[in-house]
Design a protein around this ligand. Sequence first.
Ligand code: UD1
Ligand code: MG
Length: 487
Amino acid sequence: MPQPHLRTVVVLAAGEGKRMKSALPKVLHPLLGRTLLGHVLAAAAPLAADRTVVVVGHGAEQVRAHLAEIAPAATPVLQAEQLGTGHAVRIALDAVPEAAGTVVVLNGDVPLLRAETVAALVAAHEDAGAAATVLAAEVPDPTGLGRIVRDAAGRLEQIVEERDATPEQRALREINAGIYAFDAARLRDALGKLSTDNDQGEEYLTDVFGLLGSAGEPVAVHVAADHAETLGCNDRVELAALRRLLRDRVNQAWMRTGVSILDPETTWIDVTVAVDRDAVIDQNTQLRGGTVVGAEAVVGPDVTLIDTVVGPGATVLRSHAVGAEVGPGASVGPYAYLRPAAKLAEKAKVGTFVEVKNSEVGVGAKVPHLSYVGDATIGAKANIGAATIFVNYDGVNKHRTTVGEAAFVGCDTTLIAPVEVGPGAYVAAGSAITQDVPAGALGVTRAPQRSIDGWVARKRGGTASAEAAERVRRAAAEVAEDASADG
Ligand code: UD1
Ligand code: MG
């Protein structure tokens, strides 16, 4: 039986990314649901490496904190001074003396890299028993990148940085993607021999290839099928370009699984999102984080869903939701705001200009217009009238409100928590409810109405209102006169 390969992954993430001009280290910039570093780690994850080492430097504390969240098993290793990619790998391997077998090195700023491509690179490397294998790509514009220099027979001779290259080498369009597989022992040996004799005075990892090659060790090139995968990110313009490429890749993948995306250019779906068959995503929609959209749901236009679960057949139109659950067949918006722990049961409705937070809206219950629902439990089939406010906050504490099954709350009501409206109870429109309304009762707090005759003529004489009232008064008086004349 062949021995299982021992594998170590090393991610280089110590650089500052000067051209990002950011307080955030470059590798922590977000890109459709993951940081740049998160994407690279995800691409390496299927290798099932025995250990993962991440070289940190600039913003080390921030990068460590992020790693603790997304890859707690990874070992951060500090490179206090960025003396080059070769130096970084040397420090990484010093931290894991037990590492043997294959060492996979990935630049931390190559987020479009596919797991399949990394796996193919590693498989080619291990199958060939190579000392070192580099992922290369033929690109339209190689500016700034290391060039793959081959001999007459097409074998890798060396990798030359652009700034150290001859004009002939600069004309080459086959570039080093910054992704490699090495044999651990031979890599350690070569790293010990790196010089800093180059334009930047740095230890270049890429020089390992020339060193191993001239010592007669087998070095190889694995060419990526899609050069877009190898694109790095140096400034925010490039980051935006990567985001568009990834958007298209994600949208095309969902469309191929049976999701309708009506306007792919304005639909931004994080790589962490799941969408079920026959869902329809309309234009200007962002699906972020742990969002899940069920089969045949209709989402958009103009919707942002963050960590929100939308059930099958539900509809969400021109709305914003964070940490919410929308039940099967439920309806949201237009212009609703669902906040964390807003839970809409099956066929519930949350309509126009309604905000819901930390509340359950029961099966078939409706909150159709202009309401705030905070810290409430609304029973099945209850109807909450327009402009109802669940008054949950007393200035110090939050309190809960319960509205029972099939209760009816009239428009423009305040339910002042803690309070309970019983099952089947009614609340009269315009009430301010501070005491429980028993099941089946009518709660009403309105003052009886008075109409003060002639008030407008006395207090608002000469206004359009007074004139309108006066016309009605005269017409009524004429009718009365005619009636008495006839009689
Ligand atoms: C590197 C390659 C180049 C390749 C390109 C692909 C070298 C010498 N050159 O160039 O051939 O075409 O990547 O994008 O390797 N880093 C550290 N510590 C350091 C220096 C860098 O951790 O001391 C990290 C950076 O954070 C980055 C990665 O290594 O994630 C690559 O470094 P960068 O400075 O971007 O190298 P390039 O000049 O782009
Ligand atoms: Mg770079």
